[in-house]
Every structure is written in structure tokens, then in C-alpha cells.
Design a protein around this ligand. Sequence first.
Ligand SMILES: [Cu+2]
Length: 184
Amino acid sequence: MASVTKAVALLATATLFALQVSYAAVHKVGDSAGWTTIGNIDYKIWAAPKTFQVGDIIRFEYNPQFHNVMRVTHSMYRACNASAPLATYTTGNDSITITRKGHHYFFCGVPGHCQAGQKVDINVLRTTATAPTPSAFPPPSVPATKAPGPSSSTAASLRDSNSITGILIGLAMIVFAVFSSTAA
Ligand SMILES: [Cu+2]
């Protein structure tokens, strides 16, 4: 019976682990269209319904002959100023791990593309319990000044209740395993 208890406890642990890992989401910018100027994609509309968290991955997929990705400050973002980016990515398949909350501004540095709308503001609401992944960003040189609004805290508490439910299910499984082994 002890081995059964062990197996069920292991399964419960694995479930908890899977629930935690599932929070590190991958967000492909522009979805199927990717990172482009074709089709006048509004990346603001793409980003609006999404919840970005620390540990999530932002993926830019594009033809590197025509585009690139630059991470910039808010003022550079507003002005489409590509003269001094914080970071530049040019592989055509760039996965950027979010390591801190706040706004992360990206645009394409090819002349005219940012002005044409190839720019995206990734607003990361808050840090979660998920273990931080190795830093893909240099230390932040621009402090995040915007505090999360009321709508963001609602989304955050929803996330919290989800993870608490996951933990409760895991605990219930462990209790059940112990109970069934003592009853037998
Ligand atoms: Cu471009």
C-alpha cells in the first residue's frame, strides 16, 4: 500500500508542478500573421486582451531580411526613434523572456516600419510565484513608472484564485492517497 500512496503523492506533486509551469505562457506577437507590416496589423489590439506575466515568453517571428526587433524606452517608442535601442534582435525567430513587470516597448527598427504600426507595448502586470527564468534582458535602465490600474489587479486576483484552486486540488489528492492507504 505504501507504494500506492507514494505513487499518488508523486502524481499530486507532478500535477502541482504542471499547473505552475503552465503559467509561463508563450505569446507569439501578431499570432499567425507574426511580426510584419503586411495587413496593417494593430499590435495594440493584439496585446489588449492578453495578460502578460513575469516568466512569459514574447516570440517575434518575421523575415529577418525585412524586419528586426528593437526594445526601446517609452519616449523612443512614441517617437519611433531607433537611434539608441536598449536591445536589438535580428534572428527572425526571437523569444524574449519577460523578467520584470511594467511596460516593455518593442518596434521594428527598419525605417518607416514603426511609423506604419509595427510596434507593440507589452504591459506586464505583476510578478507571480513562478520561478524566474534566466534574464534575457540587460538590467532595467528605465524605471517602470506606471502602477497597475484597477482592472489589472482584478486580473491578478483571478490568477491567484486559479493557482490556489490548483494547490487545493493537489492537497486533496495527497489527503485522499493517505486516507485510502490507511483504510486498506
Ligand atoms: Cu519591419
